[in-house]
Design a protein around this ligand. Structure first.
Ligand code: FAD
Length: 394
C-alpha cells in the first residue's frame, strides 16, 4: 500500500490532520491500534467534550519553548473550530466563560471529524498494530499488522500517556527517540491529588463537597472550585495546580479567596460579639465543611462567643483558612490524568509545518509534543490547530 500521508493515531489531532491533508489532494491513511476513533474525545468533558476555549492564547500552555505554539494557534483559532462544528449541526453551550461544550454528547465531535475525513477521502484503519517505522530513501515504511505501508510523510499523532485503558501508549516517544529527537521527562497533568492517612480520611468524610478556592504552588495561582474526594482533592482548582506541582511540595489553599479571614473575624467580633465562630463559618462554607473545620482544630470551644477570642486566635483562624498548607501524598497518576506534561522537544520540530527539521517526511502533532494546555478546552484547541497546520502543509 502506498499513501502520501500516513497518520499514526485516530485521535483529535490525527483526524483533524487527515481531513486537511485529504482536502489538499493527498492520499491519506490514518492508523490506530484502538478499535474506535477518538476515544479520548468521547470521554472528555464528562462525555460532553469541552472542545475549545474562546479565550485561547499561548499563555494557556506549558512548554519548554513557550513560543512554539504561537504560529499554529494564530492560524487556526477557536472560531474556526466553532465554524466546523456548526457546519455539522453540533449544538454547543458555553458553560464557564469561553469554555464551549457539546450540548448533547461528545459523540457529535467524533461524528463531525469522521465526516470531514470521509469528505476529504481519508482512509481510516482501526485495530491495526504498527511495529516499525523506518526511513526508506526519501519516503517512510511502516510495518503493521495489515502489511507494509509506504508513505511520503508519516505524522505521529499518538497523544500522551494518560488513561492507558483508552489506548494511550508511549509509541510516539519511541519513534521520536528512534529518529534522534529528545523527549522531555513526562508526568501526569490535570490530575487529582491523593492525600496521606489523616487528611485522606478527612477528605473522604467530605467526599462530594465542593468549594471555590484559590490554590497556589510554584508561583501559579488558580481560583476555581475544589472538590473533596474519597482519595484526596480534585475539581478544577486541583487539576490545574497539579500541572505545576512537584512531588513533596506543599499547596497553599485559600478557602475564602477575596476575604481576609482575620479582618472579617475582627469586624464580626466588634459588630456581633455574641456570635459564635461556628455561626460565622456556617455562613461561608457548606455545612459539612464548616463542621469539619471545627473538628480539625479542636482548640475551639463551640459555646465561646467571638468577643472572647484574642487577636492571636483570630489570626490563627485567618492562617488556617486563607493559607491552608497541605502536602499531597501524590497524584492519581496516568489512570485518571487528563494530559501529559513534557514530551517531544519542540526545538527539533518546525512550528509552521510540524516536520522534523532535516527529516521532512516525519512530523509530530498534538499532545505527543512538549505542549500542554491548562484545563478548559485548550488541549483540544492545540490538537485541532497543530493538526490543521500539519495537514495543510503536507
Ligand atoms: P489522542 O486524542 O490521545 O489520540 C491519540 C491516538 O493515538 C489514540 O486514538 C490512540 O489510540 C492512538 N495510539 C496511541 N498509541 C498508539 C499506537 N502504539 N499505535 C497506534 N495508535 C496509537 N482536553 C480538552 O481540551 N477538553 C476536555 O474537555 C478534555 N477532557 C479530557 C478528559 C479526559 C478524561 C482526558 C483523558 C483528556 C481530556 N482532554 C481534554 C485532553 C485531550 O483529550 C487531549 O489533549 C487530546 O485528545 C490530545 O489529542 P491527540 O490527538 O494528540 O491525542
Amino acid at each position: 500500500m502506498i499513501y502520501d500521508v500516513v497518520i499514526i493515531g485516530a485521535g483529535a489531532a490525527g483526524l483533524m490532520c487527515a481531513a486537511q491533508a485529504g482536502y489538499a489532494g493527498k492520499r491519506v491513511l490514518v492508523l490506530d491500534h484502538a478499535n474506535k476513533a477518538g476515544k479520548k474525545i468521547l470521554m472528555s468533558g464528562g462525555g460532553r467534550c469541552n472542545f475549545t476555549n474562546l479565550g485561547t492564547t499561548p499563555q494557556h500552555f506549558y512548554s519548554s519553548n513557550p513560543y512554539f505554539c504561537i504560529s499554529a494557534l494564530k492560524r487556526y483559532r477557536p472560531e474556526h473550530f466553532v465554524e466546523l462544528v456548526e457546519r455539522h449541526g453540533v449544538e454547543h453551550v458555553e458553560k464557564t466563560p469561553g469554555q464551549l461544550f457539546c450540548a448533547t454528547s461528545a459523540k457529535e465531535i467524533v461524528r463531525a471529524l469522521l465526516t470531514e475525513c470521509e469528505w476529504a477521502g481519508a482512509d481510516i484503519k482501526l485495530s491495526t498494530q504498527i511495529t516499525r517505522v523506518a526511513q526508506q530513501g526519501s519516503a517512510m515504511r511502516l510495518s503493521t499488522s495489515i502489511g507494509n505501508i509506504d508513505a511520503g510523510v508519516v505524522v505521529v499523532a499518538c497523544g500522551g500517556l494518560s488513561i492507558p485503558s483508552m489506548g494511550a501508549t508511549g509509541f510516539g516517544y519511541d519513534i521520536a527517540r528512534q529518529f534522534g529527537l529528545e523527549v522531555f521527562a513526562t508526568r501526569p497533568g490535570l490530575v487529582p491529588f491523593t492525600l496521606s492517612d489523616t487528611w485522606k480520611a478527612r477528605a473522604a468524610e467530605l467526599s462530594g463537597v465542593s468549594v471555590p478556592v484559590a490554590v497556589s504552588a510554584n508561583s501559579r495561582r488558580f481560583v476555581e472550585p475544589m472538590l473533596f474526594t474519597h482519595r484526596g482533592l480534585s475539581g478544577p482548582a486541583m487539576l490545574q495546580i497539579s500541572s505545576v506541582w512537584q512531588p513533596g511540595e506543599n499547596l497553599t489553599v485559600d478557602l475564602l479567596p477575596g476575604e481576609s479571614v482575620a479582618e472579617s473575624l475582627r469586624e464580626a467580633r466588634q459588630a456581633t460579639p455574641k456570635r459564635q465562630l461556628s455561626t460565622w463559618l456556617g455562613e461561608r462554607f457548606p455545612k459539612r465543611l464548616a463542621q469539619a473545620l471545627l473538628e480539625w482544630y479542636p482548640d475551639h470551644d463551640p459555646a465561646r462567643p467571638l468577643a472572647q477570642y484574642a487577636n492571636a486566635a483570630l489570626d490563627e483562624w485567618g492562617a488556617r483558612l486563607n493559607t491552608w498548607q497541605l502536602k499531597p501524598a501524590g497524584t492519581e497518576g496516568w489512570r485518571t490524568a487528563e494530559v501529559t506534561m513534557g514530551g517531544v522537544n519542540t526545538d527539533a520540530v518546525s512550528s509552521k509545518t510540524f516536520e522534523v527539521k532535516g527529516l521532512p517526511q516525519l512530523r509530530f502533532i498534538g499532545e505527543v509534543l512538549d505542549v500542554t494546555g491548562e484545563l478548559g478546552g485548550y488541549n483540544f484547541q492545540w490538537a485541532w490547530a497543530s493538526g490543521v497546520a500539519c495537514g495543510q502543509s503536507c
